[in-house]
Design a protein around this ligand. Sequence first.
Ligand code: SF4
Ligand code: SF4
Length: 123
Amino acid sequence: MTKDEFYLARGKLGKTQKQLAELLGVSIRTVHSYEQGWRNIPEHTEKYLYFLLINQKARKEEVVPCWERKNCTEKEKCPAWEFDSGHMCWYICGTRCECTKDACKHQKIVICKKCDIFKSLLR
Ligand code: SF4
Ligand code: SF4
């Protein structure tokens, strides 16, 4: 995640640096460092921000589950379906999408960030 993506995410969440620091469990100095590009943003922090953003959206509007959007024929074998997480498929490892089924957790988020379903969840 770039510093600009981080800054945009904070804006979408509607949080001050102090509020976001509390949510992330880090110091305000750390949030400031992420936004200035002085520190790399860890993968777990990036995923946590997406988790917050997507759940914020899901609270405001109905989110169509991935299996409906993709007319998925694999859903019954997929943990996203098993755990009723059609808006959190990007977070769960072992999903059965052709592009992610053999990916490790580090590769998976890179692949999912290019997926139209993930992008639409952040819109
Ligand atoms: S994450 Fe699972 S249920 Fe969702 S589209 Fe991919 S294979 Fe289907
Ligand atoms: S590629 Fe990733 S974001 Fe897209 S549907 Fe599959 S698991 Fe979800």
